[in-house]
Structure formats: structure tokens, C-alpha cells
Design a protein around this ligand. Structure first.
Ligand code: ZN
Length: 184
């Protein structure tokens, strides 16, 4: 898997570079941060990306952080297998596939909304999905999927595939459909 090895090497180089800059770039964390710790992520920590952290595309992280800021409520990174990076072989076209891209370009998340005294709940209706889609577009994701057949709530896939043309889709009861099918 040459791409995987290359990706791991690139990730290491980025981390090494980041360490040398930490003294000037990071004035806040005080935790011996790597570059990605101090890359101005306001809402996410490296722990939320587990083993995939060194391979996370930085544009993806920045846009995810911008999404969370505009969304205004918790956005939970999917804990499911494959929710962040995947090993699908060098010919697998998923934006999650580190074997093809040498990095993770996609992440699946569960946006939440305020729910009174209970705190927050997961999104579950067309109006909330529409808003998630609108915010995802506004921050510049180039791939957006909305899933109504996921648990514990509706799931949002976002990616940063290199294209001018937005790719969007939905999944309803296991069927892949146009995004319009699940929007308001
Ligand atoms: Zn996904």
C-alpha cells in the first residue's frame, strides 16, 4: 500500500514541522501541541478523530470547525467504523479512503439541536436537514450527503473532494437518492 505509507510519512513531516513552529503559532494551549492541535480549531480536539488524526486533511478540519461555529450547537463525529478514515484499497473512490488519497478527506457527523432542558438532541426532520445542508454549502464543502437511516439521528457526510462541482446525495432506507428528497 504505497499511498498509505506516503500518507503516513507526509503526516509525520507535517507534525514535525508543526512542532518547530509551536512556540510562535500557539500561544494558548500549553499542552505541547502538534501543529494540528494549534491550527485554530475552536470546537474539535484531536481525540475526536482517534487514530486518523495524523491523516486528517487540514481543509476538512477547518471547514468542519467553521460548520460547527455556524451551526451553533454540538456536532458529534461519528463513532462508527468508517466514520472518519477507511482502508478500502488504492482503487476505492470514497473520500474516506486513505489508501487512495493518503489522507482523510471526508467525515461523518451528527449535528445536534437545542432541546430544552434535556440539552440537545440529534436532527431528525427536513427543516433541520435543510439547515445542515445550507451551512455545509456555505462553509465550502464540495461533497455533502444526508442520511435519514442512521442512528442515533440523521447523519451528515461532508468532504473536500477537489472539484468545483458540488456532489450531493441522500440515503433513505438504504437507497441513495438526490439530496432534495430529504430537504425542506
Ligand atoms: Zn461519509
Amino acid at each position: 500500500m504505497p499511498w498509505l505509507i506516503l500518507g503516513a510519512l507526509l503526516g509525520s513531516l507535517v507534525l514535525l514541522t508543526g512542532k518547530s513552529q509551536a512556540g510562535t503559532a500557539d500561544t494558548g494551549s500549553g499542552t505541547g501541541a502538534t501543529r494540528r492541535d494549534s491550527m485554530n480549531l475552536k470546537h474539535f480536539t484531536k481525540d475526536e478523530f482517534g487514530q486518523w488524526w495524523p491523516l486528517m486533511n487540514q481543509e476538512l478540519l477547518q471547514k468542519l470547525d467553521a460548520f460547527r461555529e455556524q451551526w451553533g450547537a454540538p456536532v458529534v463525529v461519528s463513532p462508527a467504523e468508517g466514520g472518519i478514515g477507511r482502508h478500502l484499497g488504492e482503487f476505492g473512490t470514497s473520500q474516506h479512503n486513505v489508501d487512495a488519497w493518503g489522507e482523510v478527506r471526508a467525515v461523518d457527523v451528527f449535528p445536534m439541536v437545542p432541546a430544552g432542558r434535556a440539552g440537545y438532541r440529534y436532527i431528525n426532520n427536513a427543516e433541520e436537514r435543510q439547515r445542515a445542508y445550507d451551512v455545509a454549502r456555505a462553509v465550502g464543502f464540495t461533497g455533502i450527503g444526508l442520511y435519514t437511516d442512521t442512528s442515533p439521528g440523521n447523519m451528515l457526510h461532508v468532504d473536500v473532494r477537489p472539484t468545483e462541482q458540488l456532489a450531493s446525495w441522500s440515503r433513505v432506507n438504504g437507497d441513495y437518492l438526490g439530496i432534495g428528497r430529504v430537504l425542506a
